[in-house]
Structure formats: structure tokens, C-alpha cells
Write a protein that binds this ligand. Sequence first.
Ligand code: BEZ
Ligand code: FE
Length: 294
Amino acid sequence: MSPLPELPTTPESLLPLVLKAMQATPDARLRQLMASLTTHLHQFVLENQVTEAEFERAVAFVTGIGHATGAEKNEVILASDLFGISTLVMLLNNPGGDGDSHAALLGPFWRANAPDCEPGDNIARGDTAGVPLEVRGTVHGADGRPLAGAVVDVWQASPVGLYETQDPNQPDMNLRGRFSTDAEGRYFLRSVYPAGYPVPTDGPCGELLRAQLRQPLRPAHLHFMVSAPGHRVMVTQVFPQGTEFLDRDPVFGVTAVLVGQFDSVDEGGQPQYRLAHDFHLSAGETVFPHPPIP
Ligand code: BEZ
Ligand code: FE
């Protein structure tokens, strides 16, 4: 009688067999990532003594985030945001020289090809009501000097907390624009003060947030994508100091350096905000992300 092959007998005896089955993977990085992920997953199941009902529930969640994903919304990315994984990957890959990352999540609402704007143009198109906001700053290159011809792509939610793609009452490309820096590396844009808004809660991620008694509102913010040839594309967000939910962002997107000084001023009886914000680019390849929505 030929000897029996190696077979699992106990929960703990299964992992070595699974790892052995994967060890011939020719792609070394895939081999390492899958072995590590498998090890962590087995440890998770054993440590928590996961039941069959809980496993079914987990499968239903993963299936659900796939089904809820489409042209308008990516529920898979949202799930990774809510677990802090998107921010973790971003922080790991974009360390700040001063120990704090100046990058931030791209989020699901960036659109490529926003209108090209002249300095001082207002990105609040149509009759977008709101408190006026002026944003000025300088883009610095990898050598620390002001960078002419850099592109500052800005997008934001309206004062009612909706991006233009979510709101039939806003004109196409409202609150989006691309500004080039002048010979001194400066940019200048006008807009309206943004509002916070909830992450989508109509899918499995919303159900999870409710089960965890977590609130869904992101703090108000402006999104920026700053680019220039020979430099890495900087994707970031700026949050007004003192705005609500800075410490309860459901996607953990706020770091200390991303909180900007929005000064409240009175312009002839009309209140408005002014933000001064500089960007510092690092040398590297100029690679743009894939737009999450067309
Ligand atoms: C945003 O920054 O726009 C965002 C990020 C993650 C989830 C939802 C929105
Ligand atoms: Fe946003």
C-alpha cells in the first residue's frame, strides 16, 4: 500500500499545505503577498474561532460590495476607505519629509479634463450660492524653488455637500477647474466655502457603519491634484481648521498638515474666506491616477 499523501487533520495543520500549494508561483512578489495574506487570514479565523454563519456573512458582504459597484460608485474602494486601508497605503507610499504626509486620498469624485481656468477665475459656475472663498499659494518644485507652469487641479463639494456629478441642479463641471502657476509659481482661484458630506450609505458599507454606530460625514475639504513635468503628481486635500468631524472622518483622511488656515474676512459687508496654501512637489515620474468616474 502506498503511503497516504500529506492531508490536513487539524485546523492548524491546513496552513502549511496551502502555502506549499502556492510556493511555485513564478512572480516573486505575488508569491510573497499571497503567502503573507493567507497566513494572516488563517490566523484570523483561528484566533477568532470564526463560525460558519459568520463566514457566510463575510462572503455576503464581499459579494455585496461587488454588486454595489458600478459607473457611479465604487463600493469596494469605499470599504477599503472605511477600514483605513486606503489611507494606510497612501501614508506608506507618500511619507512627508517632516514626518507628516502632505498627500491625501483621491476619493471617488475626481474627473479628468476639468476646464482650464485663468488666474482668479471662479469655479462656482451657474448660480452656486455660498460664502465666497479665495485660494492663493505657490507651487514649489523638487529643488525648493517656485515652479512656473505647474497645474493645480481643484475640485470640491458644493455648500450643500454634493459634488456636481451627484446633483442635477449643478452645471456640468461645477466646482472643478485647472489653474496654471505663473512665472513666480503662484496660483489664484475663486470658489465658495465647501461643506462636509456623507460617504455613500445606501450599500453594504452603510450597513456596516450603522452596525458600528459610526457617523458617515466627512469634514469639509478642497481636493487638489498638483502636477508638473519631472515631478510626482501630488494628490491632496485641505480641511478648514475648526470644521466639524476632523477627528471623526469615516475614511481617516485628515492628517495635521492638511488642516489649512481659512481666514474669515469682511469684504465691504460681504463675509468671505481666504486660504493661503503652498504645495511642494518631489522629483519623479508624472503618473496620473485613473479617474474613478468618467
Ligand atoms: C472624498 O474625499 O471625496 C472621499 C473619499 C473617500 C470616500 C468618499 C469620499
Ligand atoms: Fe471629497
